[in-house]
Write a protein that binds this ligand. Sequence first.
Ligand code: GLU
Length: 266
Amino acid sequence: MLKSKKFFKMAFATTMAAMVLAGCGDDKTDENIDVLAQIKEEKKIVYGVKYDTRLFGLKNPSTGDVEGFDIDISKALTEEMFGDDVKPEFQEVTSKTRVGLLNNNKIDAVIATMTINEDRKKEVDFTDVYFDAGQSLLVKKGSKVQGIKDLKKGTKVLAVKGSTSAVNIRENAPETEVLEFENYAEAFTALKSGKGDALTTDDSILYGMAEEDPSFELVGGTFTEEPYGIAVKKGNQELVDELNKALQSLKDSGEYDEIKDKWIKK
Ligand code: GLU
């Protein structure tokens, strides 16, 4: 009797563990929820933003706040769409984690230096373009690398996992070795400690790094187009429409330009 009780207890525990692993215990995972309805009901919208990307989304260690262009745009869009009824909240994403977090309903929208492209459109829905960037290179001042033509055999370029930059650099400079990092903070630390000849990503992000450490500079101009969009979970056209409407209002009222001028000096 004792034995069978123990057996049932164990079987129950195993089943529960399997359910949790499969996501059944998490009532939000993989559900096709109406994100806009949920935002209104919960009176909050959770944006996935960068925490380590100066000018776009950077956590200020002294206040704990995240600051940047993407953050101010998120706040302005929220106010435009919902007035005071809905509060914006922020959760950290990296280039690698942002699509997964969106599709697991952990965040409602991604505003995180994310390029709109055909591959990504298969996984998420995008708004209209809200910022135009282009891929470039950051090097130590005086470097012999002055453009992608100098990324020959024997050179090393640093990039971030899950970014278009890591894909594009292999196409544009097929002979260079590409080292991939988890996020931009790690990649920039690696560049500073001489682990590569250049760091590659959007010019807009590289300007933030050059501002942080002026012994680095952008070289060679841009060699791709990186139009940023806000991503939402597929099937939420109503939310996309609301975001597009709000974005247009911010542009019409001049608020968009004010936010842009505050963060983007180039
Ligand atoms: N805009 C590029 C991308 O979406 C690079 C910046 C980033 O890694 O977020 O992949």
